[in-house]
Design a protein around this ligand. Structure first.
Ligand SMILES: CC(C)(COP(=O)(O)OP(=O)(O)OC[C@H]1O[C@@H](n2cnc3c(N)ncnc32)[C@H](O)[C@@H]1OP(=O)(O)O)[C@@H](O)C(=O)NCCC(=O)NCCS
Length: 399
């Protein structure tokens, strides 16, 4: 049987999206079929005798790195039909996308993994973590504090489309790992699936915190009457008072016993605003898996917390152009990374490089896990001082 990989023609999009959702094992209502934004020229379909049996797509993103933005290819929709699994089809699709990113000059790629066993083999490493929260609202409340002189108000979908991007930019885009959200994805985030009743949830509620004429924060949430739960989909603010006021607002929804929030960043201050913090249960999860497609370009593109020079020996099975020794010289004002023949300080693979790149895990931890080999142990502290970031990286966008 020969399976052909092709860029997705627009007329095959409905079949492709059905194949994608059935590959994940769940159906999708017909009303939703055309609502998922994909870039057709970056989407591949695997055909067997004209039927789509494999899917993958890439989003063209920009990701915040210390000191700037980096083009980042967000891989999504990776599925192979159960009838065609474990014959190397995903491997073919992944390798084809990696080559395409390389040809386009895209220095990095990231994804969310349905199962964490899958993507290490393609050189991805865990670069960010997030937490899911469950708050017992009957057993803890917020301690008093400054909630500002403004107020929380509801906005319509079109008002939200106008107001929220600016807030998000100020509130989230300073943190390493943040992904710039374009309009098509805003439409998705503010959308209200027609099947919501089947999931026993109300419509999406859009609330903003406003002081005078300035909107300083927003919350997107739903009510789940079945178990008396407020489900916070997004909550962010440009300052402490707007975040506090919006959380206070969520705590104030009558008749609810629980607040759930997914995809929260590490070190979020809410825990420290609660009278009884133990009733905020936190479940951490690997978030963005990152892979440097062009390691020297990506390493040159970020800024470093302190000045240093490292010789890295990189092993890379699926992007062989990355293999070799590189001298990275970087600091707060810029960086340069180029091939060298000098003896390496640190030996690592693409997985570890992806994991440390945003500062989400230290070199020391990966040395202790026997994942990075330090030929010169003094260089571990130097590497950590260089890659350090003030707040843990957080990928603001789920894709
Ligand atoms: C995950 C999925 C795309 C894999 O497709 P596939 O064509 O069977 O993958 P391949 O045949 O290329 O597998 C490559 C390797 O990964 C391993 N692998 C793939 N999926 C795996 C899984 N879910 N668990 C464990 N190992 C897995 C294979 O065993 C194989 O290992 P090997 O090289 O040692 O033989 C497919 O199982 C699927 O569609 N799953 C449901 C949707 C999903 O979870 N997609 C991932 C979205 S992030």
């Amino acid at each position: 049987m020969s399976i052909e990989l092709r860029a997705l023609p627009s007329e095959d999009y409905p079949a492709w999206i059905r194949a994608k959702f059935s590959g994940f094992g769940y159906g999708i209502p017909e009303s939703q079929l055309l609502n998922t934004p994909v870039e057709l020229d970056r989407s591949l379909a695997a055909y067997d005798s004209g039927r789509i049996v494999g899917t993958i797509n890439v989003h063209t993103f920009r990701m915040r790195v210390p000191g700037g933005w980096l083009p980042m290819a967000g891989v999504a929709g990776v599925t192979v039909q159960p009838t065609h699994r474990r014959r190397g089809l995903m491997t073919r699709m992944m390798n084809r996308q990696l080559r395409d990113m390389h040809d386009r000059g895209e220095p990095a790629t990231g994804l969310y993994a349905s199962e964490s066993i899958i993507y290490g083999r393609f050189g991805y490493g865990i670069a960010t973590f997030h937490e899911s929260w469950s708050i017992d609202r009957l057993r803890t409340q917020m301690i008093p504090g400054d909630s500002g002189a403004g107020g929380v108000e509801y906005v319509s979908r079109s008002e939200a489309l106008e107001l929220l991007p600016e807030v998000r930019e100020q509130a989230c885009y300073g943190r390493a790992g943040a992904i710039h959200r374009r309009t098509a994805r805003w439409e998705l985030a503010l959308g209200d699936p027609k099947d919501r009743d089947r999931r026993n949830r109300t419509r999406l509620i859009r609330a903003v915190y406003r002081e005078g004429s300035s909107v300083e924060g927003y919350a997107l949430y739903r009510i789940r009457p079945r178990d008396h739960t407020v489900v916070v989909e997004e909550l962010c603010g440009i300052n402490a008072r707007s975040r506090r006021a919006l959380w206070q607002f969520c705590f104030g929804v009558d008749l609810m016993t629980r607040i759930r929030a997914g995809h929260r960043p590490l070190q979020d201050p809410l825990l420290w605003m609660l009278a009884d913090p133990r009733h905020l249960k936190r479940t951490p999860c690997d978030s963005l898996w990152l892979r440097l497609v062009d390691a020297p370009a990506a390493l040159s593109a970020r800024r470093y917390a302190s000045s240093g020079r490292l010789i890295l020996e990189l092993e890379d099975a699926s992007c062989p152009w990355n293999r070799g020794r590189f001298e990275l010289e970087g600091g707060p004002d810029g960086a340069d990374c180029r091939p060298t023949t000098r003896q390496p300080d640190l030996e690592l693979t693409a997985n570890e490089l992806g994991a440390v790149y945003l500062g989400g895990v230290s070199f020391l931890t990966l040395v202790q896990a026997s994942r990075i080999r330090a030929r010169d142990p003094k260089k571990i502290a130097e590497a950590d001082a260089m890659f350090r970031v003030e707040t843990p990286p957080w990928c603001s966008e789920h894709f």
